[in-house]
Design a protein around this ligand. Structure first.
Ligand SMILES: [Zn+2]
Ligand SMILES: [Zn+2]
Length: 268
């Protein structure tokens, strides 16, 4: 059985995704999804970053755009309104105010920056040469833990994103992942199985299977997301994601509403 919901969908407001919300909804209907959640890149709270996220001024427009399709398609599909918000240490209060500005169904917390370096941005890929890969992963896991403990998020997104361009730690970092899983469980956040990694140079789901097993063993709830920046990617590779989740030991996944787990659904 395919998952009922795709929780991670972008919109053209972030400046690097294409298509209208309606295009994403139509594709979701075509693929048989019963629910999608728009979770576009929330405004950066430390400085505006056009082409990376929407601006603060665009939050009302984002809300109106998604409410429009919610109303229009109310009898056909459930549509949630969410955000993918960067975790920026030191800016938790501003992030909290921003993520409370509308009644979002959930907030996906994502770490895309280490020391102000957007390590997953193709435009900044050359800076990998200045870093030790193991250090990047260690810092990344520390930030994931901090993001979960901040209380700002219900879901933590793409939990081994530094592998995007092919980097892999040379050391066994499973102790870091176990510590991260323990913090996720204690903080009550869910982990996302994100299929967009399959469309990137690494060609692998986020997170890798060994990590996902660890998150499962610690009892961290699971959600599904395509991270679609193009309507054609809605629900993409969810068959593969289900196999990945089952191999990791998961038998169920969750969906959110009003920042709470709304339903626990079977994977089989
Ligand atoms: Zn992301
Ligand atoms: Zn995303």
């Amino acid at each position: 059985m395919l998952p009922y919901a795709d929780n991670h969908i972008h919109s053209s407001l972030c400046g690097h995704a294409i298509g209208s919300p309606e295009d994403y909804v139509k594709q979701a209907l075509k693929t048989g999804l019963q629910e999608i959640g728009f979770s576009d890149h929330a405004p950066m709270v430390h400085k505006p970053m056009p082409h990376v996220t929407m601006s603060l001024k665009e939050l009302p427009l984002y809300q109106a755009m998604i409410e429009d399709v919610q109303k229009q398609y109310a009898t056909q599909i459930s549509i949630k309104i969410a955000l993918e918000a960067d975790f920026m240490p030191g800016y938790e209060n501003k992030t909290e105010a921003m993520t409370n500005s509308y009644p979002y169904d959930y907030i996906i917390g994502s770490v895309h920056f280490i020391d102000d370096w957007a390590f997953d941005d193709p435009a900044h890929r050359e800076y990998w040469k200045n870093y030790n890969v193991d250090d990047v992963f260690r810092k990344y896991y520390a930030l994931l833990r901090q993001s979960a403990q901040s209380g700002l998020y219900q879901i933590i997104g793409h939990c081994d994103l530094p592998k995007k361009f092919g980097a892999r730690p040379s050391l066994d970092l499973s102790h870091e992942i176990k510590e991260t899983a323990r913090v996720f469980k204690d903080s009550g956040v869910a982990i996302e199985i994100n299929t967009s990694g399959l469309r990137k140079p690494i060609a692998e789901i986020y997170p890798d299977l060994n990590s996902l097993k660890i998150y499962h063993d610690f009892g961290v709830p699971l959600v599904f997301g395509s991270d679609a920046h193009d309507p054609n990617d809605v629900g993409r590779d969810f068959e593969t994601a289900v196999k990945w989740a089952l191999s990791a030991g998961y038998k169920e996944y969750v969906i959110f509403k009003n920042k709470k787990i709304e339903k626990v659904l079977p994977l089989l």
